[in-house]
Design a protein around this ligand. Structure first.
Ligand code: DX5
Ligand code: ZN
Length: 214
C-alpha cells in the first residue's frame, strides 16, 4: 500500500483551513496530527481544541501521533476531539498492551511508535494488536529534521516481524521523508509515509503529495 499522511505541524496555523482544504483536494490519504507535551519530547504543539477544529475542516481520517507521556490517560478525549487512528510511543507507555486495547475498545485504529533508538524487537509481543506501527526516522519533537538512514533496515525488520505475526499491520515512517527517500521506503516495505516540510515548504504541495506517492 502507498499512503501519504501530511503532517499539519508544518502547516501555516494562520491559514489552517486553507491548508486543510488543499489536503482535502490532494491525493493524500490521512492527515497526520502531531501532539507534543513538552515532557516526552522537548516541544509543545497543540491539543484537543485545535484537533476539533481540524476535524471539522478535514474530509480524511485523522492520524493522531501522541508524543506525550502516559497517553492512555487521554484516549477518550482524543476520540472525542476527532481522532480516527491513534498511535502511542512504546517508550511512553508502561502498559503498552493495555493502552493499545483501550484505543481499540474506543472503536479507533491503534498503533505503536518506536523512536530511532528503540529496536523493532520491542514489538515482538504487541504487533498482533496494532493496525499500524510507526517508525520514527528522526528523534521526535520537531519538523524539518534530517532523515536517519538506518530506518530502511528497520522497515525491513518490521516487515519480517509483521509477516510472521500480523500481515495486515501497516508500516508508517515519520521524519525527514522527501521525494528522494520515499521510493526507497516504499520499496523496503513501508505502507504510509508522513511528510511535513517536504509538503508544506514545497512550491506546489499537491504536486509533491502526488510525487511522494509514485
Ligand atoms: C516529528 C513529528 C513529525 C514531523 C515530520 O516529531 O512526529 O510528524 O512533523 O516533519 P518532517 O517531515 O518535516 O520531518
Ligand atoms: Zn508525527
Amino acid at each position: 500500500m502507498k499512503l501519504i499522511s501530511p503532517s499539519l505541524l508544518s502547516a501555516d496555523f494562520g491559514h489552517l483551513e486553507r491548508d486543510i482544504e488543499m489536503l482535502n483536494q490532494s491525493e493524500c490519504d490521512w492527515l497526520h496530527v502531531d501532539v507534543m507535551d513538552g515532557m516526552f519530547v522537548p516541544n509543545i504543539s497543540f491539543g484537543m481544541p485545535v484537533i476539533k477544529y481540524i476535524k471539522k475542516a478535514a474530509r480524511k481520517p485523522l492520524d493522531v501521533h501522541l508524543m506525550i507521556m502516559d497517553p492512555g490517560r487521554y484516549i477518550e478525549a482524543f476520540k472525542e476531539a476527532g481522532a480516527d487512528i491513534i498511535t502511542v510511543h512504546q517508550e511512553a507507555c508502561i502498559h503498552l498492551d493495555r493502552t493499545l486495547h483501550a484505543i481499540k475498545d474506543a472503536g479507533l485504529r491503534c498503533g505503536a511508535v518506536l523512536n530511532p533508538a528503540t529496536p523493532v524487537a520491542m514489538l515482538e509481543d504487541s504487533v498482533q494488536l496494532c493496525d499500524v506501527v510507526l517508525l520514527m526516522s528522526v528523534n521526535p519533537g520537531f519538523g524539518g529534521q534530517k532523515f536517519i538512514e538506518n530506518t530502511y533496515g528497520k522497515v525491513r525488520q518490521l516487515r519480517d516481524l509483521c509477516n510472521r505475526k500480523n500481515p495486515d499491520c501497516l508500516i508508517e515512517v515519520d521524519g525527514g521523508v522527501n521525494t528522494a527517500n520515499a521510493p526507497l521506503l516504499f520499496e523496503a516495505g513501508a505502507d504510509v509515509l508522513v511528510a511535513g516540510n517536504a509538503v508544506f515548504k514545497s512550491d506546489n504541495p499537491a504536486q509533491t503529495i502526488h510525487d511522494l506517492k509514485q
